[in-house]
Design a protein around this ligand. Structure first.
Ligand SMILES: Nc1ncnc2c1ncn2[C@@H]1O[C@H](COP(=O)(O)OP(=O)(O)OP(=O)(O)O)[C@@H](O)[C@H]1O
Length: 265
């Protein structure tokens, strides 16, 4: 039987400029067909993990000091970023990075060209992207720089889909977008997972939206994996609710016996 584990991150330690330790010990796995959410506060290390997965850390003056990353049996740290994309590990990094002066369609096509797709494959893949994101079909001739933030995020995801990914790695797809647009994008990601078996790793500060579509989640704190479990398990935890889902933490109530506040249960 083939191994269903697509990604294995083990004991990952990473620094920037050989001095700042961003990741101390990060480990998790992702099975084929899974949606895994990578949660954590600002600066917890999510982007660093995603850059390491695409072997793009050195471009940010980062270094892996220990541990390993394997994607579909390959040693990621020994594989060039472009070869990782060809193997099916495709990142959608923070900030969307569309070419603003190219049209939406030209941006999408660039994803297919990077992979070396034929004209026929590109045409078929474009149809698929437009079926998932009908809004992009309407804007196909518009310069990306003139489209909305949501449309730019859809273009960035669509361009990644043109590379025919096995695992899509997304960094904060909800960032700066209106709640309805975020819902729409996550619904499309979920459909891609259900209908096409696409595996997804989604780093998010917006835990509520990520936990709604994820099968499992991992929580990072100061560069360490501190929790992992099914989305249902994590959603039910009071500490996760308090820190990441915007629910109120236990409220201090004044004690009669002393002036020191005690915590209500
Ligand atoms: N290029 C860099 N040079 C030096 N330190 C960096 C660099 N990028 C990130 N860091 C530091 O590494 C740590 C992890 O940052 P990272 O961006 O991975 O966190 P994050 O969870 O993605 O947060 P955010 O949501 O703000 O992007 C932080 O302490 C950050 O200041």
């Amino acid at each position: 039987m083939s191994d269903p584990t697509l990604l294995v991150v083990d004991g990952l330690k990473a620094t920037y400029v050989h001095a700042i330790t961003a990741l101390h010990d990060v480990g998790f796995t992702l099975a084929e067909g899974e949606i895994v959410a990578l949660l954590g506060a600002n600066g917890a290390g999510k982007t660093t993990v995603l850059k390491a997965l695409s072997n793009l850390l050195s471009a940010a003056r980062g270094q892996i000091r220990a541990g390993s990353i394997r994607f579909a049996g390959r040693d990621v740290t020994a594989t060039r970023p472009a070869d990782l994309v060809r193997a099916g590990l495709v990142p959608v990094l923070e900030g969307r990075h569309c070419f603003p002066s190219l049209t939406v369609e030209e941006n999408l096509i660039s994803g297919g060209l990077g992979r070396g797709s034929t004209r026929r494959e590109i045409a078929a893949d474009l149809d698929k992207v437009y079926a998932h994101f009908p809004q992009l079909a309407e804007k196909r001739r518009t310069a990306s720089g003139l489209t909305s933030g949501g449309e730019q995020q859809m273009t960035a995801i669509g361009r990644a889909l043109m590379s025919r990914p096995r695992l899509l790695v997304l960094d904060e797809p909800s960032m700066g977008l209106a709640p309805l647009v975020v819902q729409d994008i996550f619904a499309t990601l979920q459909r891609l997972n259900r209908e096409e078996g696409l595996s997804l790793l989604v780093a998010e500060q917006n835990a509520a939206v990520a936990l709604r579509v994820a099968h499992r989640a991992i929580v990072l704190e100061n560069g360490v994996t501190v929790l992992s479990g099914t989305a249902a398990e994590l959603t039910a935890r009071d500490d996760i609710k308090a820190f990441y889902l915007g629910h109120k933490a236990p409220v201090p109530v004044p004690s009669r016996a002393s002036s020191t506040p005690a915590f209500a249960g």
